[in-house]
Design a protein around this ligand. Structure first.
Ligand SMILES: Cc1cc2nc3c(=O)[nH]c(=O)nc-3n(C[C@H](O)[C@H](O)[C@H](O)COP(=O)(O)OP(=O)(O)OC[C@H]3O[C@@H](n4cnc5c(N)ncnc54)[C@H](O)[C@@H]3O)c2cc1C
Length: 484
């Protein structure tokens, strides 16, 4: 019986897993393998919060495989060395894996593929993470889109994404006993336990992902369009870490949402479902851009931003990271991130805008902090999000859009409940001032038991002055020494 290896990477599930399904259909025995090789991820080795997640996700995958008669083999990289060793030990004739899109990983994978082919091993790579593979969607000139709406229209003109494939009932295992590292030996868990908030908030693994999808479809999908911008309300799916680790496929989500629509939804609920698919479309677009413009992980897509006069301000950067800027909505977001490894999308935009526009700190410093602290840290989505806010990416926010954190707070957290939850020192403040405590009178501050500068920081920058400074810097750039 021929043996096939299935190399698990960012696809830690057994349902809708074309690489696994094809290997099992092939008829021989199958060895599922995970290789821990952070040194092969270029400038972006897995961050601390993501490592915490990965530990649990691997445990869940190992469990799911065992329930189907198989066993996850865990090895350390480099990838090629580990695969060659396993091929030697098992006599495997083929290796299957799902495609990844990060530039350094793609280059590594290309090298492994040609080396294994030269060894006489069959290599098959499969789609797995996206609904639309990046090469399929091009404009009339055969070039990649740089504007989301045009890109998404072109996707929707294509066939619906393929139906998900079921999980194999049994995965035939080889008889030989293969060495496998215990997950604990990979050192993914933090040495000092700071992960209590993460444990309380998340249930990593395919089962947790499916449960979250079910809950979202049942209770929040129909109101998604109205609620998705409100961080004080659990109106979004919170599927981002599950999607990043591939515990759930985007195709499955797509088809489950479509099935709801086909089952008959009120017109507003059906357009809320479209709005949700459109957000999945942003994820597709982010991976698409990463595929076509791989340099953007470290460089702005718009070349004139290479000359942007960023400020080096370590104290302000630290105040931002710790949620001590004196702007309650910004601080609430940064503390939510620190505590749970996640932040609401609206608040991500507000805190990112504050860093790059109010503080004029390079977006790459913000992207690096998110990378380490987010459980959903994803090179494609993070790069797109930061470049969009900084105004230097594809389809970016116009340069003059500078979020006012007070107005954003009042609009999207009108009762201040989100701020009260994450900035408890402001919890006893009345509504009008919770987003701008410095506007409260001394009597109101006394009544709330707050002394600004002692219990909660004074704002580290004045909004109007910071806005003018950012506009001047951005204006100078548009006058530009470099072409776009
Ligand atoms: C500065 C910045 C950095 C970001 N960094 C990341 C990141 O590292 N990883 C990450 O997954 N998302 C990132 N995002 C995008 C977005 O904030 C999150 O995907 C979203 O908040 C996840 O919550 P959810 O699953 O409840 O989203 P939902 O609203 O339920 O959306 C469903 C799914 O669609 C995708 N999605 C939604 N909005 C976006 C978007 N704007 N861009 C790309 N995909 C999107 C996500 O996979 C998400 O899980 C970033 C956004 C900004 C502004």
């Amino acid at each position: 019986m021929p043996t096939t290896l299935v190399w698990f990477r960012s696809d830690l599930r057994i349902e809708d897993h074309p690489a696994l399904a094809t290997a099992v259909r092939g008829g021989g025995t199958v060895v599922p393998v995970f290789i821990w090789s952070p040194q092969e991820e270029g400038d972006w080795p897995v961050g601390a919060a993501s490592r915490w997640w990965l530990h649990r996700s691997l445990a869940a995958l190992a469990d799911a495989l065992e329930r189907r008669g198989s066993r996850l083999v865990i090895r350390r990289g480099p990838g090629l060395t580990a695969l060659r060793a396993l091929i030697r030990e098992t006599g495997a004739v083929a290796v299957h894996w799902s495609r990844r899109y990060e530039p350094a990983v793609r280059e590594r994978d290309r090298g492994i593929e040609s080396a294994l082919r030269a060894d006489g091993v069959r290599v098959e790579t499969h789609p797995g993470s996206l609904c639309y593979e990046p090469e399929r969607v091009l404009n009339e000139q055969g070039r990649p889109f740089q504007v989301f709406t045009a890109y998404w229209r072109a996707c929707l003109r294509l066939d619906e994404p393929a139906e998900p494939v079921p999980a194999p009932r049994r995965i035939p295992a080889p008889t030989c006993r293969l060495e496998s590292l215990p997950i604990e030996s990979l050192g993914l868990e933090p040495r000092v336990d700071w992960a209590g908030g993460l444990r309380a908030a998340w249930n990593p693994g395919e089962r947790g992902a499916k449960q979250r999808l079910r809950d979202f479809l049942k209770s929040s999908l129909e109101d998604y369009a109205a609620q998705r911008d409100h961080p004080d309300h659990a109106g979004t799916s919170r599927l981002s870490p599950h999607l990043h680790f591939g515990e759930l496929s985007a195709r499955r989500i797509w088809h489950e949402v479509r099935a709801r629509q086909a089952g008959g939804l009120r017109p507003e609920a059906s357009s809320a479902a479209d709005a949700y698919l459109r957000e999945l479309g942003w994820r597709e677009f982010a991976h698409y851009l990463l595929h076509h413009f791989p340099q953007t992980t470290n460089e702005p897509l718009k070349a004139q931003y290479l000359d942007f006069p960023w400020d080096e301000n370590p104290e302000a950067l630290e105040a931002w990271r710790r949620g001590r800027t004196g702007y309650p909505i910004v601080d609430a977001g940064m503390r939510e991130l620190w505590s749970t490894g996640w932040m609401h999308n609206r608040v991500r935009m507000i805190v990112a805008s504050f860093l790059v526009k109010h503080l004029l700190i390079d977006w790459r410093c913000g992207a690096a902090w998110f990378w380490d602290t987010l459980v959903d840290a994803d090179l494609a989505n993070n790069t797109l999000g930061w470049q969009w806010v900084a105004g230097c990416g594809a389809d970016a926010a116009p340069y003059f859009r500078i979020f006012n954190p007070v107005l954003q707070g009042r609009r999207f957290d009108p009762q201040g409940n989100y701020v009260r939850r994450w900035v408890p020192e402001l919890a006893s403040f009345h509504d009008p001032h919770i987003h701008a405590p410095w506007e409260a009178s001394p009597t109101e501050l006394r009544a709330a038991g707050i002394r600004l500068g002692r219990d909660y920081p004074n704002p580290i920058v004045n909004h109007a002055e910071a806005r003018q400074r950012a506009l001047a810097a951005l204006h100078g750039l548009r006058g530009g020494r470099r072409g776009a």
